[in-house]
Design a protein. Structure first.
Length: 176
């Protein structure tokens, strides 16, 4: 099973995704694929909070901020990727020149590689398209990249879930 779980900041999407992967029948390892780079105290605090929230649930953590295609992921595991927004920012802004198409292809191919090696994959992502504001070019590139990634993931996902105020809204597939 493959799922895309998205929602706004502090919507409960991570908790929902963790419960979802823990509920799936599995034969392999339970893997938390972390994409956040610990830049500064705020990021370190978020990482610490997420580690505390998943403590005791049986996850092994694999940290990979970019290049999912080269990720040393054990075959047959159940993977929770947290999160697509961080991965997109890492891939898009790691180069000196913005290359949205290159970032899209690297991420898409990386997600396919992870999906191909996994028994189950649940991808957590952010909902970023609600305010209608105009942003600087770099931010617009990021938002466009995220929209493309969401469309792509929604096509191949068995389930697409938006989490709103802690409540899951199933857009595609059946409730697991």
């Amino acid at each position: 099973m493959t799922a895309l779980v998205f929602g706004g900041a502090a919507s409960g999407k991570s908790e929902y995704g963790e419960k979802l992967v823990c509920s799936l029948p599995r034969t392999g390892e339970l893997i938390y694929l972390a994409t956040m780079e610990p830049f500064g105290p705020e990021a370190e605090a978020r990482i610490r909070r997420h580690r505390e929230l998943r403590a005791g649930r049986g996850f092994s953590t694999l940290e990979r901020a970019r290049d999912l295609s080269g990720c040393p992921l054990p075959a047959g595991g159940t993977v929770l990727l947290e999160d697509l927004g961080n991965l997109a920012a890492n891939e898009l802004f790691s180069e000196k020149n913005l290359d949205p198409e290159g970032a899209f292809l690297r991420i898409r191919n990386g997600l396919q590689a992870v999906r191909d090696r996994s028994e189950h994959l649940v991808v957590i992502s952010n909902d970023l398209h609600r305010d209608g504001e105009t942003y600087p070019r770099e931010t617009e590139c990021y938002l466009d990249l995220m929209a493309r990634l969401h469309r792509e993931a929604a096509v191949w996902a068995d389930q697409v879930v938006e989490v709103v105020c802690g409540l899951p809204v199933i857009w595609k597939g059946e409730r697991a």
